[in-house]
Design a protein around this ligand. Structure first.
Ligand SMILES: [Zn+2]
Length: 326
């Protein structure tokens, strides 16, 4: 009997040992860092970092290489970063919006604008601000979406016309002109103007959808009247206007000299327009980003959710899109 117990004990111990070895091997296999992981939204693989020596030879410090290893994939290092050393690479690379292929542009923009944070340099370059307005233009294809952007880098296809324009009710304007807007924005506009009225604020439409030829005349008139510089600041070139998208309105007055910014109407719009899906599109202090002078009368429809997010973010639509692009 005793003998059996001993054999049984030995058998149990062996089983435990085998089980222990199995657990140990399993642990080793699964703590191996070969699996691909997604880090910072990039296709960073936690494979062995193979460019350490090249980066050392270029003159990066061990600490800098750690940052590069953590933020930039082997592929990006190989494709964009092995030609020369970039002084501020690790500072740009810590921005969540960093793209290795644009490192030359970040460095060059930084030398001319070193008052901006490294994060802002990355955002501004991604917007395209390192290039002159109207010099590197992309034609948009998402013009039917309410989040489409047009600015001095993005334009509409030639002679684009929205196919769901609706006339604005006489109640919301003071002239006989037939103002139109894309259907999606009309009811929200009415709701906004009605809500303002309840608060004792009188709002009315002075400009809405514009055809390409109207925009051409407006730009040329502004240029002839106030000069090219003024026209470029307050008027869009044809194809580049949000009014052509059918998703923008000017309210009460569209004139920088009339100082709408001092009015209670503007204060109300600034605090409330997002609740109806409209954003102040060309705010004060952001002229260098939007490319337009301060236009307190100009509101862009984005839908309540997106307008609210842009409002909370406190940035221009240009910055918002870079920060939230997928
Ligand atoms: Zn406008």
């Amino acid at each position: 009997m005793k003998k059996y117990l001993i054999w049984f004990g030995i058998a149990m111990l062996s089983l435990l040992m085998i089980f222990g070895i199995y657990i140990y091997i399993d642990h080793i296999i699964h703590t191996d860092d070969s699996p691909t992981i997604v880090k910072d939204g990039k296709d960073k693989t936690k494979e062995e970092y193979i460019y350490k020596e090249d980066l050392l030879l270029l003159g990066y410090s061990v600490d800098e290489i750690k940052i590069i290893e953590n933020k930039i994939s082997n592929t990006d290092v190989k494709n964009y970063l092995l030609e020369k050393k970039y002084d501020n690479l690790t500072k740009f690379a810590t921005s969540p919006y960093f793209k290795a292929e644009n490192i030359e542009r970040y460095e060059s923009y930084y030398t001319k604008n070193n008052e901006y944070s490294f994060d802002n340099i990355v955002i501004y370059v991604e917007i395209g601000l390192d290039k002159e307005f109207y010099t590197d233009i992309t034609e948009i294809t998402n013009h039917d979406e309410i989040d489409a952007i047009v600015n001095k880098y993005y334009k509409l296809p030639s002679n684009f016309t929205p196919n769901d324009l609706v006339s604005i009710d006489a109640k919301y304007k003071k002239s006989n002109y037939d103002y139109t807007l894309r259907q999606v924005a009309v009811e929200p506009l009415y709701s906004m103007i009605d809500a303002a009225k309840k608060d004792g604020i009188d709002l009315w439409v002075v400009s809405a959808y514009r055809t390409e030829s109207t925009q051409t005349s407006l730009f040329n008139n502004s240029k002839n009247k106030d000069g090219l510089e003024h026209a470029l600041l307050y008027s869009a070139k044809p194809g580049h206007s949000e009014h052509q998208l059918g998703l923008a309105v000017d309210l009460n007055l569209a004139n920088s000299k009339a100082h709408f910014e001092d009015s209670k109407e503007y204060a109300w719009l600034k605090a409330n327009s997002y609740k109806f899906g409209f954003i102040e599109r060309y705010p004060k202090g952001k002229e260098f980003i939007t490319g337009y002078g301060f236009e307190p009368w100009h509101y862009r429809y984005l839908g309540v959710e997106l307008a609210t997010n842009v409002y909370i973010d406190g940035s221009t639509y240009e910055e918002y899109l870079i920060k939230h692009s997928k």
